[in-house]
Write a new protein. Structure first.
Length: 305
């Protein structure tokens, strides 16, 4: 979930592959349901953007050579940090956000970015503090509500998370991603009510947005194959398809994970990571989801002994 670049038009047929992935015995599924990851649409991993690399080099030169005010340096550190994030260099990104905040302590965007990194590292107290600081500086900074809600969710505080994600959704209730995140968190505490709310809000979503198909899938109105088929509708570039697949893989992983299909969920999260769409929320938290699945497996193995 992010702002999509338009990219340039490419013929996409050459990289659409069909494959069957047969899961091993690690997948625990009900006897009444035999899920398969068949007819899977694969992503071509996004290449490292040469423009981003060139921009990083330019920022390096300016920061090293130019005489700048602290606020100007802070802005450059933050912009370079965003570029580092976009190419998967998270450690360098976090360093730059820290430098930006040292020079300009009232930068809401930098606190938000630091909070995301803390969440990925499971440093939840630091994450909450960073998002609180972001919203203290700019109460209208929408994505701080999303990211604080996600941090609270992964930190085991779904009730508080729901409040933030409700706020985030209400600011654009036509956005299927906002609707999905609210549902994912709400079902942790009130699954029946969460489903009823999802059914109700589905009427407000436009079919012209492909991600509405994700909501339809969660509601059981379309099959997994139909969801994957919908991914290519209206696609004009390889990048656009890869971005969509990153998102779809993540939400399919969440769907199967909650149903106990851990092997399938794990594969979908790995596929989300394989897209290399580093700046997307779905890519950022796919590895965290994988680690949670592994921990659950380890805990179950220990309990059996």
């Amino acid at each position: 979930m992010a702002t999509h670049g338009t990219g340039f038009t490419l013929v996409i047929n050459y990289f659409l592959l069909i494959m069957m992935i047969v899961l091993g015995g690690c997948a625990q599924v009900p006897n009444t349901y035999t899920p398969q990851m068949g007819n899977l649409l694969l992503a071509e991993p996004a290449p490292i953007n040469p423009r981003a690399q060139l921009a990083i080099a330019r920022y390096n030169y300016i920061l090293a050579e130019a005489s700048l005010e602290d606020t100007e340096k802070a802005d450059l550190f933050y912009q370079r940090g965003m570029l580092y994030d976009s190419v998967g260099l998270s450690g360098l990104a976090q360093f730059d956000y820290t430098q930006a905040l040292n020079l300009k302590p009232n930068m809401a965007e930098a606190y938000n970015s630091m909070g995301v990194h803390y969440t990925q590292q499971l440093e939840f107290v630091q994450a909450y503090e960073a998002f609180d600081s972001s919203l203290d500086i700019n109460p209208d900074y929408d994505f701080a509500f999303l990211n604080r809600g996600i941090a609270l969710y992964y930190g085991g505080r779904p009730d508080l998370a729901l409040s933030d994600l409700e706020t985030f959704m209400q600011r654009d209730s036509n956005d299927p991603y906002r609707v999905l995140w609210r549902y994912i968190v709400h079902r942790e505490t009130e699954p029946d009510k969460a489903l009823a709310n999802l059914i109700e809000i589905r009427t407000q979503l436009s079919k012209s947005r492909w991600a509405t198909s994700l909501v339809d899938f969660y509601l059981g109105d379309i099959t997994e194959k139909e969801l994957l088929r919908s991914l290519i509708e209206g696609v004009k570039s390889q990048k656009e398809l890869t971005d969509r697949l990153c998102e779809a893989y993540f939400y399919l992983g969440k769907y199967h994970g909650v149903r106990g299909n851990r092997g399938i969920a794990s594969n979908y999260f790995k596929l989300a990571l394989s897209t290399n769409v580093y700046e997307y929320v779905e890519h950022r938290y796919a590895r965290l989801e994988l680690n949670r699945l592994r921990e659950n497996n380890a805990n179950k193995d220990t309990s059996v002994r």
